[in-house]
Design a binder for this molecule. Structure first.
Ligand code: HAM
Length: 431
């Protein structure tokens, strides 16, 4: 009989175990407070969309659409795809629900995305993004706002010194068209020096040649023509304005003329926040302007700008600078069946009276020593012990586990006022 294969998650799709979730909750709740500070509204979008939504938005010739989508036929014969990113769905939602009529809309979202990439540290097949999309404004102040929002998020996380901002101006479709031809002419002269992927890109998506990771192409790329030379006056003025906003907001940035992004919908502003501390997967947040996309998909002319961040990459960075853990406020050590019954009742009473308190009850029926061991491991601030003596007096003994001081015997009412006096109950957002 053949041996059963051990159960495994799908490659590149990871479990997030309880010792890691406090980092995620910290990131998510910090992101939610920052986006609220800028008046952004949450949207929750389907994980699955019709495949053509992504090919029409992200672009047929992009890596995402050409190689990385999880696409399948459903029982009706429709081609559906697990969303590889959030912008397309957000735009579809806005058109479908007529949200784009002459108004500014600011949205944020958070959730899993799916791309069939080669998994490595910081790159997964299921990964989480949080992002913002701002619709209806053609003003460079909107680009500045979302960049300021991302910067404030790094400051909140105390990661600002690890990340730096790169910006580029992709201009109008007409300027890019002209530039595209110049790039083809230039790289054609060196076609035999290009790797296979770059040769393919030369005719399908020549701008992407500029962010090739092949070290042999560095010199060739450095001397390639620059889009800057083809930009029209209005695009230049637009970008100047953005630079002035960023300078006034004191947000440091560098211009990277080779920043082109891997999705086709961008024009004018593109940006990436990059860190050196994650090896090759150093982009933690990326976005830009996509003024033509909504109209291209049949919606009203609606300028738009947005970004998305990869949460796994942010967790990897956060782990380097801080420790996040969830620990209960109280740990109940209960010796014997009668103590267990009382402990269950009293824990409910404490939860009724003190909002936000967290209590872990020891139901192991173990010895005092082993229950203390569990209490210490849980990270709880106080242990509450109910054993023979406490049962006889209708009390419990409270021991401070952080300062390892002696025990204090008290009634349940005394415990309630003791805790109310002593603690600053952690909000879920503090985990
Ligand atoms: P993107 O550059 O494809 O842009 O992804 C944004 C971020 O998601 C990346 O910078 C990275 O942090 C994270 N990310 C992407 N792929 C993976 C992966 N396989 N594993 C882990 N993290 C990953 C977009 O998705 C655009 N929708 C951003 C945007 C929003 N532009 C305008 N609005």
């Amino acid at each position: 009989m053949s041996k059963l294969k051990p159960l495994q998650s799908v490659r590149g799709m990871n479990d997030i175990l309880p010792d890691r979730t406090p980092y995620w909750r910290y990131l998510e709740s910090s992101f939610q407070s920052v986006v609220s500070a800028y008046g952004y509204h949450e949207v929750r979008l389907p994980l699955v969309e019709f495949t053509h939504l992504f090919s029409r938005t992200i672009g047929e010739e992009t890596d995402i659409v050409a190689k990385e989508m999880y696409t399948f036929e459903d029982r009706n014969g429709d081609s559906l795809t697990l969303r590889p990113e959030g912008t397309a769905g957000c735009v579809r939602m806005g058109i479908q629900h007529h949200l784009f009529r002459h108004q500014i809309q600011r949205f944020w979202y958070l959730g899993p995305m799916f791309r069939h990439e080669r998994p490595q540290k910081g790159r997964y097949r299921q990964f989480f993004q949080c992002g913002v999309e701002a619709f209806g404004s053609q003003n460079a102040a909107m680009d500045a706002e979302i960049i300021a929002l991302s910067y404030r998020f790094w400051q909140t996380l105390q990661l600002d010194s690890f990340f730096h901002l790169q910006l580029n101006n992709l201009g109008t479709p007409a300027a890019r068209m002209k530039y595209r031809q110049k790039l083809i002419d230039y790289f054609c002269r060196y076609e035999s020096e290009l790797d296979k992927e770059s040769q393919h890109r030369l005719y399908t998506n020549p701008l992407r040649l500029l962010d090739s990771k092949n070290p042999r192409l560095v010199d060739l790329i450095a001397t390639a023509p620059r889009l800057e030379d083809d930009l029209e006056t209005d695009s230049k003025r637009y970008f100047d304005e953005l630079e002035q906003h960023l300078s006034r907001l004191k947000i440091p940035y560098v211009i990277n003329p080779h920043l082109v992004r891997g999705l086709d919908y961008y024009g004018l502003t593109v940006f990436e926040w990059v860190t050196d501390s994650l090896g090759t997967q150093g982009t933690v947040c990326a976005g830009g302007r996509y003024d033509n996309l909504i109209q291209q998909l049949g919606g009203p002319p609606t300028p738009a700008v947005g970004f998305a961040m990869g949460l796994e990459r942010l967790v990897l960075c956060l782990e380097k600078i801080r420790y996040c853990a969830f620990s209960p406020t109280l740990y109940f050590i209960l010796i014997g069946q009668e103590a267990l019954q009382k402990g269950l009742l009293w824990a409910e009473k404490v939860r009724d009276e003190i909002k936000g308190v967290s209590i872990e009850i020891d139901v192991s029926n173990g010895s005092v020593k082993s229950q203390f061991k569990h209490a210490n491991k849980s990270g709880a601030r106080w242990a509450c012990i109910i054993a023979e003596e406490e049962l006889a007096n209708n009390t419990l003994s409270v021991k401070d586990l952080r300062q390892q001081q002696g025990q204090q015997m008290m009634s349940i009412e005394q415990l309630l006022s003791f805790i109310k006096d002593q603690i600053d109950i952690p909000k879920t957002s503090d985990f």
